[in-house]
Design a protein around this ligand. Structure first.
Ligand SMILES: Nc1ncnc2c1ncn2[C@@H]1O[C@H](COP(=O)(O)OP(=O)(O)OP(=O)(O)O)[C@@H](O)[C@H]1O
Length: 434
């Protein structure tokens, strides 16, 4: 549970997302409200429902990014779903419950990851012993063992090949659900459980000492962890902290049925409603309540309006925030000011090849300008345009980098113009390339 104040949350989000102050404030308040609810005692705690958010703004302006970063900040299980997916042919009602099942799997992954970190030191020690067993045999003298242990720790044995036994059906074993009974615990079969109860099946793998560690540490960690406890903690985390991002909600507006094979858009809204209002969904890990899951719905609402949604749904999305479309200056800031910005990513990637990339200010301005131009002439895909433009500009360098180790390459306005200037002015070509 995050204890960030709304102000702190916004300033954390500022590190990654440019502008969009209202949306940041809204999600920051939503997060704080969760903490506030946790402080309440007794029945009041159950009464307080999350104030779900409706984000309205053009594509690529940061809606998903804000929700995703928030979830990361709060270590909350997060799932993004396109609402339109449920209008597709082949969709049968109630599939929306899959959202909750997927969220639970994500929640379990999160808890397992954290717990694995807690036991990492012990698991590493156990993995080391298994590597030693493989190297010198379990019956070897303590002296031999210790001398090999030293070599192992110094990395001298890294490339040596060994055979290790790995359990099959532990982590990574797919779970099967019976068709027509999604999530029903009676119908759910976990091969992992079955094999687990049979005493475990193992598979011998030949690998280098270095590569043996990761699977062995994972396996040893899982042995140290209580799986049931992980699942129940994950379910609690999903129920109290889960965040579902429902994209393209505007595309399921409209009360009429379009007929044909399409599922009625209104039907999908009706299916989604119970989840948002609070219901209990059966999953193979047990029942999960959605009452306190936070829903962030989002859409461009170019054609339809929020008032076209079912009244019940409108009522469940009481907080409305508008996000503005991004301008040239925003693009410049996205390129340079954000943590792990595209520019920083490319600099870091090329550094692995020994190539130093040096972006001049004139390059940043030129990239931002080109992105705005292409967004205007072809289609406005927001900040996503920066990715296609950058990729094009760096195409040549990316390809030849291994042969250019030791070089410093300066990218300035002229370089950008040279790489994409003509393309950007030709809408027909841009459509395919940028
Ligand atoms: N305001 C912003 N600041 C920094 N990066 C941004 C911003 N807006 C968008 N981006 C970047 O652009 C990409 C797309 O943004 P995002 O996924 O948030 O779009 P969106 O608004 O949710 O659109 P859609 O509704 O189509 O999913 C992300 O990689 C994100 O990093």
């Amino acid at each position: 549970m995050s204890t960030f104040s709304p102000r702190e949350t916004v300033s954390e989000l500022d590190r990654f997302i440019v502008g969009q102050r209202d949306a940041k404030r809204a999600v920051a308040i939503a997060l704080r409200n969760r903490w506030r609810r946790q402080q309440l005692e007794g029945p009041m705690r159950e009464e307080v429902l999350p104030k779900n958010i409706l984000m309205i703004g053009p594509t690529g302006c940061g809606k998903t990014e804000i929700a995703r970063r928030l979830a990361k900040l709060a270590n909350a299980p997060f799932l993004k779903v396109e609402a339109t997916k449920f209008t597709e042919v082949g969709y049968v009602g109630r599939d929306v419950e899959q959202i909750v099942r997927d969220l639970v799997e994500i929640g379990i992954g999160l808890v397992r990851e954290t717990r694995r970190k807690d036991v990492r030191a012990r698991a590493h020690k156990a993995a080391e012993d298994r590597v030693l067993d493989a190297l010198v045999g379990p019956g070897s003298s303590p002296n031999t063992r210790e001398s090999f242990r030293r070599k192992l720790r110094d990395g001298e044995m890294d490339d040596k090949e060994i055979e290790i036994e790995l359990a099959q059906g532990q982590s990574g074993m797919p779970m099967f659900e019976l068709p027509n009974m999604p999530g029903a615990s009676v119908g759910a079969i976990s091969l992992g459980d079955i094999f687990g109860k049979m005493g475990g099946r193992t598979k011998t793998r030949r690998t280098t000492v270095k590569e043996a560690y990761e699977p062995l540490v994972a396996e040893e960690s899982d042995k140290l962890l209580d799986q049931d406890q992980i699942v129940s903690e994950a379910i609690r985390n999903v129920e109290e902290n889960g965040i579902v991002f429902l994209d393209e909600i505007d595309k399921i507006c409209g009360r009429e049925n379009r007929g044909g094979a399409d599922v009625s858009r209104e039907g999908v809204q009706r299916d989604l409603l119970p989840l948002i209002e609070g219901t209990t969904v059966n999953t193979k890990h047990g029942p999960v309540k959605t009452d306190h899951v936070l829903f962030v719905a989002s859409g461009a609402f170019h054609v339809s309006k929020p008032s076209d949604l079912l009244p019940e749904l409108q009522g469940r999305l009481p907080i409305r925030v508008e996000l503005s479309s991004l301008n040239e200056d925003d693009f410049r800031r996205i390129l340079t000011d954000t943590e792990a910005s595209l520019v920083k990513q490319y600099v870091a990637l090329m550094a692995t090849e020994g190539v130093t990339l040096d972006f001049a200010d004139t390059a940043i301005s030129a990239i931002a300008r080109v992105a705005v131009e292409v967004n205007g002439s072809v289609e406005n895909i927001g900040a996503r345009r920066l990715q296609t433009v950058m990729e094009r500009i760096l195409d040549d360098i990316s390809f030849t980098a291994p042969d250019r180790s030791g070089e410093t390459i300066v990218i300035d306005g002229a370089y950008v113009e040279n790489a994409v200037g003509d393309l950007a002015r030709n809408a027909d070509l841009s459509r395919f390339i940028l």
